[in-house]
Structures are given as C-alpha cells and as structure tokens.
Design a binder for this molecule. Structure first.
Ligand code: CO8
Length: 374
C-alpha cells in the first residue's frame, strides 16, 4: 500500500533589516532627480526619456506592500549603489543562501521536535540559486549535520515551494524517503532593479522551510496532504535573462533584462483566472467544495490579485482571516510568500479543518496543495 505524506511543520527566517516604502522612494527619487539633471540636455532634445518619479502612496495602493525585509539595507538605499552588497565568502564558509535555508530548516525541525538525523532528503526550492554547483541543498544537508540521505535543487520561480512540497510528497508516497525538508531561501533583492520605478518596490528577502514526513511519524500538530496540483504555461511576461551563458554573448551583459522584468498588468489579467480555475478544479477532483475551506494561504504578490482570486473561488468577498496577508510587511518573497502566510496563520486550526496553499508566478507556474489538520 502507498505511504501517505503529512506536512509536519514549517520554519521561518526573517532578516533583521526592513525598508519602508518612504525610505525606498526617497532613495529612488534622489537618484532619478540627479539622473534627470545630469541628462537635462538630452532630455530637452528628446534623445532620452526623463526618469519618472516613484510614490509611496502609489506602491501601497497598487500592491498592498508597506515594507520589505532585506539582507543589505544600507547599500540598497544608497543612491550611488542601489543594490544589495553581500561579500563573497571563502569556500570554507557556508554560502549565504545555504545559511538562511539552514536557519529556516532548524526552525521547522524544532517546531516538529525533530533532529537533522531524522531527515532523509533536502530540497532547496527557490527562484534564484546562488551558483550552479555543488547544489545548495547538499551544502544545507552538510551544514545541518545529516550523515545520510541526499539533496537537490529545484527552481520553478514563485511556485518553487509548492512544487517542492509536491515532490516531497511523491518521495514519501514512493517510499524513497520518510522525511523531507523543503527549503525556500529567497534573496529576491539580488535580482531586483532598484532603479526601475515600475518594479523597485516589489520584492523582499526571507527563507522558509517545510518538513514533510511519512504519516506514521506524524504528531497531532501535522496536516494531511490531501492532494497537490501543478500547472505551467509558458509566458514571457515575467522574465530574467541572467544566466551562465551571459559571458558567452559577444554583445556582453547587454540590456537590463539580466534582472527581474515583468509586464505587471498582463500578469495580473492572465494569472487571476488561471489560478482561480485551477483551485476550483483541484477541489472538485478531491470532492471538496470551496465553502469547506477554512483558509486560503495564497501567494503574496499583490493584494487585489488575492482578493480577485479568493472572491472568484469562494463566490463572495473574503476577510483577512479567510485569506491572510503578509505582503504588507514582507512584500513579494517569491516562493516563500504562501508558506509565510501558512506559518503565521494556522495555529487556530482544529482537527478536520481544511486549507489550501497556493502559489503562482513566473513560467507561468502555479501550484495548489490541499491540507487537513489531523
Ligand atoms: N510610483 C508611481 N507611479 C507608478 C509607479 C511607481 N513606483 N510604478 C508605476 N507607476 C505608474 C505607471 O507609470 C502608470 O502610469 P500611467 O497610468 O500614467 O501609464 C500607473 O502608475 C499604473 O501603472 P501599472 O499599470 O504598472 O500599475 P498596476 O496597477 O498594474 O500595478 C503592479 C503594478 C503592482 C506591478 C501590478 O501590476 C502587479 O502586482 N501585477 C502582478 C505582478 C505579479 O504577480 N508578478 C509576479 C512576479 S513574481 C515571480 O514570479 C517570481 C519571479 C522571481 C523572483 C525574482 C526576484 C527578483
């Protein structure tokens, strides 16, 4: 008989520094005004467009974001730099991505009352991997002190965590592993263009972890994983052309598309129906009605996007209790967003309560995971 998988615990690591919309906008506008002054002649001749100014009220109204946590605040806000500054580390030292993954992993293990030796596999599933090899997950495995098992890295952009959860579930069901740690270290500030007015406010840094175990190991705090559903559909509307072949291009590093770029409006329009339909389909496949769900832990990219999706699924306006928001404090943390929402808003669940974790983003990619409190 197939084994069954449970979500035993989640973990969270949050950077100590946070940037408010006002701070971010002051930095951007200082840079933009200086740039416009420097290029006044060309602007007057119509040779270049002036840099438009950003606005904190716009950011909050358009996205719901009020602040974001970052690893390197000072350099991001310095108009002369406007990027994180994270020093390279010697090979003998743990890499920053592995370090924050380990912090979140330890939090999840502690919550579940487990030790690293109880874990068979580590998946590092996130949007931006620090290097090609050795896999970050193998470094995490080593840093946690796991003597056995294996690890590999996965990237499905904002859906990395739900795809990772689904992979972990499959490993348990097939008998390949009894306990899998899925880590989502997201240093989004590394790939964000802080000089692009349309996207400079979108992302923050964080790490989450999810412990998925065989049912026989579960304690009372765990959640049955009733089902997972994954979907991808190719789109150029969210794209980042950074990669190892950049140095091979005769034209050099080239355009600003080696950082995050998106057509935000198109993403909004196309992803809302895709995700709402997917949730309804997934619930129907499990013989569940939307009204049976106590909570939607949705991807945290845009507040109105979540309102539209939740309303389409539930058939009525939803409260913050039905679909919690962490976007205001954390901004978009890519794959970690729905996991932070779950982590911070599940303690009131009692036996039998149903909820849905849902991600969506670049690819396009979307993942849904239906869970029931044991
Ligand atoms: N300040 C003031 N005005 C602004 C600003 C600003 N900062 N930005 C834009 N405006 C102006 C525009 O110029 C425009 O003016 P006009 O009407 O005169 O042309 C007006 O405001 C409206 O602009 P938009 O149409 O762009 O504004 P929207 O209301 O659409 O809001 C959003 C923009 C918030 C970006 C919104 O479209 C959105 O959130 N869309 C969904 C995006 C989304 O979900 N993306 C998912 C990406 S995440 C992902 O997949 C992970 C990728 C990997 C992570 C990598 C880490 C970096």
């Amino acid at each position: 008989m197939n084994k069954r998988a449970v979500l035993s615990a989640t973990g969270l690591w949050t950077p100590s520094q946070s940037i408010s919309n006002d701070e971010l906008v002051t930095s951007y506008n200082t840079w933009a005004e200086a740039w416009n002054k420097e290029h006044a002649g060309e602007i007057e001749k119509g040779e270049v467009e002036p840099k438009p100014l950003s606005s904190a009220p716009f950011i909050e109204k358009a996205s719901g974001i009020k602040s974001r946590y970052v690893i390197s605040k000072e350099s991001i806000l310095d108009p002369a730099i406007m990027a994180p500054r994270i020093a390279e580390r010697p090979n003998e030292e743990i890499s920053i991505l592995a370090e924050i993954a380990v912090n979140a992993a330890r939090d999840a293990l502690k919550t579940a009352g487990r030790e690293a030796k109880d874990v068979d596999a580590v998946l590092v599933a996130c949007s931006n991997l620090q290097r090609g090899y050795p896999a970050i997950s193998v470094e995490v495995q080593d840093a946690l002190g796991m003597d056995n098992g294996f690890g590999y890295d996965m990237n499905v952009a904002c859906s990395s965590a739900t795809f990772g959860l689904s992979t972990a579930q499959s490993m348990i069901v097939s008998g390949q592993a009894k306990s899998v740690l899925v880590c989502n270290p997201e240093i989004c500030s590394g790939h964000l263009n802080f000089r692009d007015r349309d996207s400079h406010f979108i992302f923050g840094d964080v790490a989450t972890a999810i412990l998925v175990e065989e049912e026989s190991r579960a304690n009372g705090a765990a959640y049955d994983i009733l089902g997972t559903k994954l979907k991808t559909r190719f789109s150029n509307n969210i794209r980042n052309n950074f990669g190892f072949l950049n140095r091979a291009a005769p034209e050099g590093i080239g355009k600003e598309d080696k950082l995050f770029v998106q057509e935000g409006r198109k993403v909004f329009r196309e992803v809302v129906p895709l995700v709402a339909n997917m949730i309804v389909e997934h619930l129907a496949e499990l013989d569940l009605a939307p009204a049976q769900l106590k909570r939607l832990w949705l991807h945290q990219a845009n507040l109105s996007m979540n309102h539209f999706i939740a309303k389409k699924v539930m058939g009525h306006e939803v409260s913050e209790e039905d679909a919690p928001v962490i976007l205001d404090e954390y901004a978009n943390t890519s794959s970690a967003g729905s996991i932070i929402a779950f982590h911070k808003h599940h303690e009131d669940f009692t036996r039998g309560d149903l909820g849905l974790i849902c991600s969506f983003g670049a690819g396009y990619s979307a993942g849904t995971v239906v869970v029931r409190k044991r």
